[in-house]
Design a protein. Structure first.
Length: 255
């Protein structure tokens, strides 16, 4: 069931979104060659503590997970698409990193993700990351009152497919509110004019995920969380929590 948010609730979610944005900014600034993924998680935990916020990631255990998630960020490197568990792995020159972060504040959740290269970037990785952000921007632009979920999905999918990239099967965005994952689902590919109508007060996490090799398949690591490309190609992930308003889409997880 989709829960429409009041304007007051959207303002409260904006406060949560700022915390998420600060987590990602801090993690990005700390991500240098030789820094471990676990250290990036500690940086993000420090932002949460300073804000008096909680983490919807820490301890989260959906039906597919063998263990609760042990961190406040997902840190996915190179061929990892999403849900990477921060470990003692130390970043290397040229690594492509995706950081997904969430926060809860005053009962409201926020969710966002960024992708970037540590050190010297491969041209192919730069194009992949740039396309992820273009797909995100296209999805947000389609998130207007009167459009439908399918319009967002079509906008994202068109950017990804035109560039020759794969889209992980079965993964996409979702509603956000009191919980990190709410209805409706927001696919990363679909037909325009189809699906649920977008209404003022809907809040969605729009999150394209791109596979560089052009395939849509993935595999799960032994940890039960990390999803990797089956062809070993690199992946990128970009995400914002966005409110649908009569004045247009409002990004809640921007600085």
């Amino acid at each position: 069931m989709v829960q429409l948010k009041t304007d007051t609730s959207i303002e409260a979610m904006r406060a949560t979104g700022r915390v998420v944005a600060h987590m990602l900014t801090a993690a990005r600034e700390a991500a240098e060659v030789g820094v471990s993924l676990r250290e990036l998680d500690e940086v993000a935990r420090g932002v949460l503590r300073e804000a008096g916020a909680g983490s919807p990631f820490l301890g989260y255990r959906p039906h597919f997970a063998p263990v609760p998630f042990p961190a406040v960020i997902c840190a996915s490197v190179n061929d990892a698409i999403v849900h990477g568990i921060p470990t003692d792995y130390r970043l290397r020159d040229g690594d492509l990193v995706s950081i997904d972060a969430g926060a809860t504040l005053d009962g409201w959740a926020g969710d966002s993700a960024i992708s970037f290269t540590v050190g010297r970037a491969r041209p192919a990785d730069t194009r992949l990351v740039d396309t992820a952000y273009k797909a995100l921007a296209a999805g947000i632009a389609a998130a207007t009152v009167g459009n439908r979920i399918g319009d967002i999905a079509h906008a994202i999918g068109t950017v990804c497919r035109t560039a020759g990239y794969g889209i992980p099967e079965g993964f996409g965005g979702h509603g956000v509110g009191r919980e990190m994952h709410e209805d409706p689902g927001v696919p990363n590919e679909g037909r325009p004019g189809r699906g649920m109508p977008l209404r003022h007060g809907m809040v969605l996490a729009i999150e394209p995920m791109l596979i560089g090799g052009g395939v849509d398949t993935y595999r799960a690591d032994r940890d039960g969380w990390t999803l990797r490309t089956t062809d070993g190609s690199r992946a990128a992930h970009a995400e914002h929590t966005v409110a649908i308003t009569d004045d247009g889409p409002r990004i809640l997880t921007a600085l």
